[in-house]
Write a protein that binds this ligand. Structure first.
Ligand code: DX5
Ligand code: ZN
Length: 229
């Protein structure tokens, strides 16, 4: 099968009900999401705290699609095995969080996960050329990481266009994270992104008792992005 560049929607459970993750994950998957995005924060690399490996391991049996774990932690290398054992399919580490990104990406693959490299809005793509064959996915941050519900940073459109050209035919996904809505999703799909993370734009207004709202939100983002791809 050829590499799948069709649009994939990855709701971030950072915007879910924290007392009810199992049902929330089932609800978004029943409503048609493609992946489940898990934001791991350490209160040091970013000013917020979320999930350790035991929490991620507890999510795993509920995730029937793809568990996409975004590590916003520094240092990162010594925690990679624990998140892989917790069942992550993709593990993304930040370029800004490691002195040796080549080693970090190698450690992710050696642990049996797909490797992601995340870039903050202020980070350019000048240093990634010699990492390309180590990477399964780029995560381009369109907000400064740490919180859901922030405003999309438009300067990142140009970065994604340049990155997409650099990737060429290589089987590497481009994931966009932060401020994705039905208005911003098409900008990124047109620039070359295929995986769209959305927290507030999926979960706001819905709940496990009204899951059809999640479904409408997912569909609105997918339809807008697919039309622009
Ligand atoms: C930000 C996280 C995002 C965030 C996205 O640090 O990495 O995944 O939850 O949330 P929204 O879609 O609300 O911007
Ligand atoms: Zn994220």
């Amino acid at each position: 099968m050829s590499f799948d560049r069709s649009i994939k929607i990855a709701p971030s459970i950072l915007s879910a009900d924290f007392a009810n993750f199992g049902q929330e994950i089932r609800a978004i998957e029943d409503q048609g999401c493609d992946w489940v995005h898990v934001d791991v924060m350490d209160g040091h690399f970013v000013p917020n705290l979320t999930f350790g490996p035991p929490a991620v391991a507890a999510f795993r049996p509920h995730v029937k699609t793809v568990m996409d774990v975004h590590l916003m932690i520094a240092p990162v290398d010594q925690y990679i095995d624990a998140y892989a054992k917790a069942g992550a399919d993709y593990i993304s580490a930040h370029l800004e969080a490691t002195t040796h990104p080549h080693r970090t990406l190698q450690a992710i693959r050696n642990a049996g996960a797909k490797s992601g490299l995340a870039l903050n809005p202020g980070t350019g793509i000048g240093d990634i050329e010699y990492l390309l064959d180590m990477i399964d996915m780029f995560v381009i941050m369109t907000v400064n990481p740490g919180f859901g519900g922030q405003k999309f940073i438009h300067s990142q459109i140009d970065k994604v266009e340049k990155l997409r050209a650099m990737i060429g035919d290589r089987p590497i996904h481009i994931e966009i994270d932060g401020g994705i809505t039905p208005e911003t999703a098409p900008l990124m799909a047109a620039a070359g992104a295929d995986v769209l993370v959305a927290g507030s734009a999926v979960f706001n207004g819905g709940s496990v008792d009204t899951p059809d709202i999640y479904g409408k939100n997912i569909k609105a983002i997918r339809d807008a992005a697919s039309a622009a791809q």
